[in-house]
Design a protein around this ligand. Sequence first.
Ligand code: ATP
Ligand code: MG
Length: 458
Amino acid sequence: MDTLTSRSEKIILEKLNSAGYEAFFAGGCVRDAVMQKLKMTVPSSGDIDVTTNALPKDTERVFDEYQVIETGIKHGTVTVVLQEGNVEITTYRSDGSYSDSRHPDNVRFVTSLEEDLARRDFTINAMACDADGNIRDPFGGQQDIKDRIIRAVGCAEKRFAEDALRIMRALRFAAVLGFEIEDETSRALCTHKQLLRNVSTERIFAEFRKLVSGRNAGEVIRKYADVLGVVIPELAAMKGFEQHNPYHRYDVLEHCIRAMEAVRTTPENRDYMKMAALFHDIGKPETYSMDENGIGHFYSHPAMSEVLVSGIMKRFKADNFTARRVAVLVKRHDLIFEKDERLLKKWMNRLGADVLAEILEIKLADNMATGNMSLELERKFCEIRIMIHDILAQQQCFSLKDLAVDGNDVIACGVAPGPEVGRVLEQLLMKVIDGELPNDREVLLAICYDAIKCGILT
Ligand code: ATP
Ligand code: MG
């Protein structure tokens, strides 16, 4: 397990061992290291967790020369701050019973590593690794990684009933790692799907946004739409909703999943772009009508989709940025794009350049997902993408902040301070965008001064 034991965090294990305690890397970092060793693609690795038989107070004593944070002392966790990052050290524990499918009623410290591993959710997450790189794997996690399987530790029914967040975690790992959920585990999570109602919306959303970013998100959502439908009924309503429209080959959910799979993203915008693509037509079932020729229509569906998606973001207590961005991408997903630089700049001014570029990607994905997109249309989108890129790369003027004059200049030309200043600047900007004026300070000031003198600009 070179990838783990060559890490500087190994010092945590060594210090605990020297003080006479057992200590292992555990959980996600071991899973990632095993996958790396098998040359499997590992999604951006998370944090390093350590498990030990030292009690939290003992751990604090071992690391008295370090900064230590009492993260969750009741649950046995302290965090040691290293230069490379924080390491969570948790005492071996067993989680007792769960009466609310959410929190263990009590946490009991235990003395054996095996007992600690048994409380963990899936076999691939229930492995430990010592300072020499020896793996402890009592539940066959390595084999399941080789076979690309998510399998509950112990009785799946019981494990999901104990903690329903594990249902979301199973779907998330399946999507992110591209693994299959083993049959019994799959059946059990479907049986207990209603328990998801007991889980905090924040925790569900944290898993959901990872899920949609996963390489197999489409397959997971296709297969488990009814499970996700417990917390997102709007999603379940799209399933099987036929569009009766010659432009569309697929039902609403299949179309949206395909858009989510097709959308081009960056590491920074991946999760909200995926959500926007998945939810872009969520208002379709509510706006459906059929004309006398038997053709289905969804008039004003982007507005309805925006209302519904904003409701979902609110329910999930999404941060403001994510909620707003998903809403605007959904609302504007049918914006009409033309290969017209001036028009593009006006939209860039109105919505923001990054938002416009993202709407273009959602719209391209939307068209690809109809199953009927022409090559010509695809080429048009690519050309527009390049046009937006060039406007930005050439630092062309499309917003007030790019304009060579500002409010103070306009006031100096004789405009009274107040809302009029903004109106004058806006007019100058439109003339610059339309190519009627250059974005040149001297020219703009002269025009502004003359126009005000002649009463044209005010
Ligand atoms: P990542 O950090 O990449 O999201 P992870 O597996 O490390 O994945 P964490 O949430 O960091 O996930 O949890 C660390 C470990 O704690 C897991 O690997 C698993 O062993 C255990 N664990 C986390 N949540 C649960 C849970 N709800 N039920 C049982 N065990 C859990
Ligand atoms: Mg982790």
